[in-house]
Design a protein around this ligand. Sequence first.
Ligand SMILES: Cc1cc2nc3c(=O)[nH]c(=O)nc-3n(C[C@H](O)[C@H](O)[C@H](O)COP(=O)(O)O)c2cc1C
Length: 202
Amino acid sequence: MESVNLAIIYYSATGTVHALARAAAEGAEKAGANVRLRKVAETAPPEAINANPAWGQHIQDTADVVQAGLDDLEWADAVLFGTPTRFGNPASQLRAFIDTTGPLWFQGLLANKVYSAFTASNTAHGGQESTILALGNTFYHWGGIIVPPGYTDPIQFQSGNPYGTSHVAGDGAPGDVPLDAARYQARRIVDTAASLKAGRAA
Ligand SMILES: Cc1cc2nc3c(=O)[nH]c(=O)nc-3n(C[C@H](O)[C@H](O)[C@H](O)COP(=O)(O)O)c2cc1C
């Protein structure tokens, strides 16, 4: 059986979501997937970026990460999206990428793939669930198969977010629990996509 193709498409200004994305990539590779880790294009003006040294630094640190393209979505059997919470919603940078997907959607090329999402916010009640649920609205339009982590693994009882991996960035960089949750979430969507792929091939 051919391996599952997983695209991890994320935006991160200061590195938190990037750390979760990298952990997800590790989990997916361990589960046997072909993984493309892709950042979306930065759309913020230089004045905004320069006002926050951590933002500029993260852009430099991730200069080698390939930028997401529509071909990554087309290639993927499963897509994991990562975004910081912005006023309870996904970041506009990720939305800007999503808003270029019309031609794929129109051809039905985004349907029947497995989708899931993860996030970070500054505070515990700052909108992690609303951000992941907002991305879910798009997955419905695409005819996607939404696979949340739920409480399907012991790590989920520690991380505590059944909607998707999340981290409170105000507490510092993600530690073992959110990183393991990201690894688990990726494994779960790879396993689900593998079952679907095998079923379709049969
Ligand atoms: C414009 C803006 C809006 C934000 N809105 C929220 C919010 O609604 N709730 C919250 O807890 N944090 C909010 N934050 C904080 C970010 O979610 C936090 O910095 C981010 O999760 C860190 O992820 P990153 O390091 O990957 O960029 C906001 C930050 C910015 C710049």
